[in-house]
Design a protein around this ligand. Structure first.
Ligand code: ASP
Length: 341
């Protein structure tokens, strides 16, 4: 039977979708393959080694998705890296819980959060994307799924991490605000938020991204930040570009940061200006909190133009393309570079 109300609803949805897609098409950025592409960018100085690994796939004409997965596995495996992967610092109960997500050129995505005993969360995130009808698995369910997929369970707490945790337990001051718990491990950097977020465009012009972290050191057990949340820690739209973030995840989630950056690029913002605007939104909502925290965004558009912006000084990002494989660029920041602050 004809249902008028349903019809009206449907017509309204179709009409708004038509408006939306017209808008999206109008703003689509046309790529210039062969010019800047392929290219891979990622957060922080450890992004250099990660990019080099990703480049091995990209230079052979491989897919951006394979490149970002291979790339972020480098810091995930690094025993000296206490903010990503297997040697990540534990939570306040001494448990290492890892978060990661991945997104491809078709808008497919997969994610794991608060997962224990698996050294490469990014590989599990990709398996969630490719082997399940779901986007996100958490905690024991994520570990169980990884094991079912043939991934080995391991004890992740390294002697060094255990030592640092025991030292932290002496005062057990729970102050995740500045996220400078990691400071001692990255000498010279005051604000240290060390998630790896990576964005790559392959020779065909397709974009993928990956993001992986052990989150805030000594966090509450079960705490999950922005990094495994699609739209917060990572977002890719193959028509427009991609964005990723690092820093105090709670503020990124509150502002759906990476999605916001990509949508701003859709409206015509350059990657740097889009990151800057996303940082401004965070500051505007909580000016007092923002003084004490770090958040950094990194973005790339379909043409391979990239940019970054952070709240505090000290955020850097690595770039790798056919011209240079180990470029490290200091990102601009609100407190150092914004004249209107
Ligand atoms: N964004 C991460 C989180 O909130 C932490 C970081 O980048 O340092 O879990």
């Amino acid at each position: 039977m004809y249902d008028r109300r349903k019809f009206i609803k449907l017509t309204a949805v179709t009409a708004s979708l038509a408006t939306l897609s017209k808008y999206a098409t109008a703003k689509t950025i046309t790529s210039a393959p062969g010019d800047r592409l392929p290219i891979v960018i990622s957060t922080w100085d450890f992004g250099i080694a990660a990019n080099k690994e990703a480049w091995k796939t990209l230079e052979k004409g491989g897919r951006a998705l394979d490149a970002v997965e291979a790339g972020v596995k480098i810091p995930e495996a690094d025993m000296k890296n206490h903010t990503v992967g297997r040697a990540g610092y534990p939570d306040r109960d001494g448990r290492v819980t890892l978060d990661a997500c991945i997104m491809d050129e078709f808008g497919n995505c997969g994610s794991v959060a608060a997962m224990e005993n698996i050294a490469h969360p990014i590989a599990v995130a990709r398996l969630v994307m490719e082997k399940t009808p779901h986007v996100m698995l958490v905690g024991d369910g994520a570990t169980q799924f990884a094991v079912e997929q043939g991934i080995k369970k391991e004890k992740l707490l390294t002697p060094e991490s255990e030592k640092a945790w025991k030292k932290w337990l002496v005062t057990a001051k729970y102050s995740p605000k500045m996220n400078i718990e990691n400071e001692q491990h990255r000498p010279g950097s005051k604000y240290n938020h060390d998630t790896i977020g990576m964005l790559a465009i392959d020779a065909k012009g397709n974009i993928s991204g990956a993001c992986t972290t052990s989150g805030m050191a000594f966090k509450l057990h079960g705490r999950v930040g922005d990094s495994p949340i699609i739209g917060a820690g990572l977002f890719v739209d193959n028509e427009i570009g991609g964005a990723t973030s690092t820093g105090v995840g709670e503020e990124v989630i509150r502002n759906v940061g990476s999605f916001l950056v990509v949508e701003l690029m859709r409206q015509g913002y350059s990657p740097e200006d889009a990151c800057k605007e996303a940082v401004h939104r965070i500051i505007k909502k909580k000016p007092e909190t923002a003084k004490e925290i770090q958040v950094g965004f990194l973005a790339i558009n379909k043409k391979g133009e990239y940019g970054a912006y952070a709240i505090q000084e000290g955020f850097s990002f690595a770039v790798c393309d056919k011209n240079k494989q180990d470029l490290l660029i200091p990102g601009k920041s609100f407190y150092k570079d914004d004249k209107n602050k």
